[in-house]
Write a protein that binds this ligand. Sequence first.
Ligand SMILES: C[S@@+](CC[C@H](N)C(=O)[O-])C[C@H]1O[C@@H](n2cnc3c(N)ncnc32)[C@H](O)[C@@H]1O
Length: 217
Amino acid sequence: MTQDWLQRWQEGRIGFHRDTMHPALMRFWPGLGLASGARVLVPLCGKSHDMRWLAEQGHAVLGVELAETAIEQFVAEGDGEVVRDTHDTFAITRQGGVELWCGDFFHFPVDHADAFGAFYDRAALIALPEAARQRYAFHLAQLLSPGARGLLVSLTRASGDEGGPPYTVTPEEVCELFAANFDLRHLVDAPRDPDSGFQESVWQLTRRGPRAGSRGR
Ligand SMILES: C[S@@+](CC[C@H](N)C(=O)[O-])C[C@H]1O[C@@H](n2cnc3c(N)ncnc32)[C@H](O)[C@@H]1O
């Protein structure tokens, strides 16, 4: 799977990349009511322009992305000094308020736990095969502070279309994956795209704190 993504970036097969901000981000992010300084985690971030928008809102943004090509394109398309660093196996690239960690999200260190007060998942969960999604939901939860909020944009393909990525993740599966650690609110279903047959759904997730009596479970 890793190789497939790297190859896609090498060959420029990045149909998922949007040239403009995602409309759901601009519509629903303000309603999350986050402090402007809240740190935002963007898993499987690609070279999304949404990260610049989040930085413009005053957030410190940290994206995690496998493909070095994506990160190099992101900074080449941006303005400002580029600063480089490393942490374990991750190469870190900073520009403006955006910090990009190059490597596997599943290895993103949990010593960052509680570091993030917010997250943004557009086309991250739905990029993963079914077998990886529970691990993703759990790893994301581990990285967020209690009360952290974020947006998740999921997707379903047209009925009978079993392809992917992007994979169909039904509303039922979204609830099953995240309900253990998050309060979920379904915000909207976008109209189904007549060409691709894809329909996006937008969710607000709030990381629950540890419950009294749940320690050690
Ligand atoms: C469908 S794209 C979405 C990118 C971005 N969120 C957007 O909206 O444009 C999924 C991205 O996740 C990256 N990716 C896939 N598996 C990953 C992993 N395990 N860790 C980090 N990045 C990963 C891919 O290289 C690809 O850029």
